[in-house]
Each structure stands twice: as C-alpha cells, then as structure tokens.
Design a protein. Sequence first.
Length: 403
Amino acid sequence: MFKLALRNVFRQKLRTGMTLAAIVLGVVGLILSGGFVQDVYHQLGESIIHARSGHLQVSRAGFQAHGTRSPEKFLIDQPQLIIESITKLAEVKDVLSRINFSGLISNGRSDWPIIGEGVEPAKESMLGTQLQFVEGRALAETDTNGVILGEGIAHALKLHPGDPVTLLLNTAEGALNSLDFEVVGLFQSFSKDYDARAIRIPLASAQDLLGTKGVNNLVVSLGQTEHTEQVADALSRQLDSKQLEVKNWRELNDFYQSTVALYERQFGVLQFIILIMVTLSVANSVNMSVLERIGEFGTMMAMGNRSASVQSLVLTENVLLGICGATLGVVFGMILGATITAIGIPMPPPPNSNRGYTAHIRILLPTVVIAFGVGFLSTVLAAVVPARRVSRIQVVEALRHNV
C-alpha cells in the first residue's frame, strides 16, 4: 500500500504540486512569523538586561514590592559578604552594587522629580551595553560629582553635558541633603517613561548624600542569559530567604511579560489561521483528486480490496504529501529566514520607546517543530473526510465512473 501511495503521489504531478505549494507556503509563513516574534522577545529581553535590570537582582525581602517609596528601609548593610558568596558561582560574570533614591533635580531655574540610582561606573559600563548615549558619555570612576540623565529629563530642563545641576533628597534619617553635580551624559534606554525620570550618579556620592554605607540591590550579570533560572535557583538555596530575595529580569519587568503574552496570543491566532488555510487548500485538492479517481477506487474494490484499504491508501498518500511538504517548507523557511537575517528588517520605535531597531528572523527548534507539525497535521486532517467518503461508495456506482 505504501508503494502504491508513493506511485500515486508522483503520478498526479499537477495535484501534488498544488498541494505541496499550499503546505510549503503555510510552513514558511509560520517559520518566518515565529522567528520574527522570537527575535522580538530576544532583543527586548537583552535591552532590558543590558540597559537596566541585569540578569538577577538580590535585595532585602520585600524591597521589590514595597521599597520603591522608601528604599532607605531596605538597605543591605554588609553587601561585600553576599557579593563574595555570589561570585563563587561559575556562571556569574560580575556583581554590581546599587542604591536607590528619589528626590528633585534643579538646574537653578526649575525643579524636576527624579528616581535615581547610585552605581559603580566601571561595572555599569560593562553591563549597560544597550544604554545609548545621545550626548556626552557614560560615568567614569573619576566622575566623583558626575551625573548622567535620561533624555526626557534633559529635554524638560534643557540640560546638556557640562551643565551644573543640584540634587535634593532625603537622607535615611529623614533630613534634607543636597549636592552639586555636573552633567556628563544623556542616555536613552528602551523606555520613554524611564528616561523621563531616571538619573545615575556614582555609588559613593549617593551613599554620602543618603548618609549610609549600605546598598539596595546587588545586580548579578551572567555570561549567558540562558543560565538565569539555574543561577536564580542556586542563589535561592544559598541565601537566607527570610532576609534576602532573588528576582530574575522577567519578574522585575512587567512590560516584558505583557509584551510576551500579547505576542503569544497573536502568534497563536496566526497559527490557527494558517492551519485552517492549509487544511482548506489541501482539502480542495484532495477532494478534486478523489472525485477524479472514483473509478480507480471502484476497480480496486472490485478486485477484492476492502473499503478500509482504499481509505488507508488516500490517507497514506496525504501522509507522504504532508511529510514532503512540511520538510520542504522547513528547508525553504530556514533559508529565507537566514537571508532576511543577513539583510535585516528596519523597524520603527515600539510603543513607549523612541528608538528603532533592526529585526531579524530568530529560528529556534520549537518554532520549526510547530511549523512542521501544523503543515503535516493540516494535510492529514484534510484527507480524513474525503477518505471516509470514498470508502463508503458502492462498488457498482464507483465503476460507472469508468464508463
């Protein structure tokens, strides 16, 4: 039966070509759209990691949920001991200390509310590869009183590198403190909202302003993003969960999770639409082929083949078509995806961003497997009804089509 099905597939060249074309187009469409979505996930995730959050953050328990308004209540007093413990893990590339604060920044004429971070300049330069500077430069170790501003703040206060500013904020004891700084750079991240409020100053200067030696966050940078969950589990077992909490970059960024959920729904709908389109296209081709071959099937049954054998023959032919079409679709899809990736797709700025990017087709094994499965499954499903219909036809009625 398999040999007969294979001969029939090659004998019906026109029908086979039309069916294969429908399957190939569907599979290629799924691979390209799925690869585009995966690239969106990858680029957005890397932008978040290397512009803001790092791969993991270790902080006092409750800081991420309640510490935004009162970071001084969630200080890690002896961070060096914890840093030494974290750096023992082989996957850890570096550990950065940060302290958070909020207050006002003034240019001498007007004030602007800000959320700020005290950072280690050298380490932040290594991590923050996705933080683009539209003017000036990043903080350096020698910038004792240097500050970098989000583009939104600079635009609101008309500030440029070299301009003096004053920071006013509350210390851990509740007293007001101020210090003069010089703008050294204006940065642009993936988020307009963040750029409209964020500033960064050296960690030592921030600790002097706040009157403390503690930090709020220990930002963990890894060699590979794929190790995030593994390291997070190891740190959760290693650290006292009652005192410290470990959050990965996905948990720290609701925007990323919302974006992934949105694209997954859209891609799911697209998969369903392509499944329906391929099924209908193949069903039409199979129906036409079956109608043209009713006399042939009648002859088979008159020679002693059971109706189940005829049904099996039709299904086997479509299984072969599904395998061939899905395989060709995967090959063409990967070739086309690699070509598009080499060229790149210029994209406009996404929502809540003012920075465009170059999209690629990121082909992953799950995407290929899903595309192959949809192409193959739709082809087999399209043959079920015609195969059952031809198996129920009477032998005499089928033989009349030979006349």
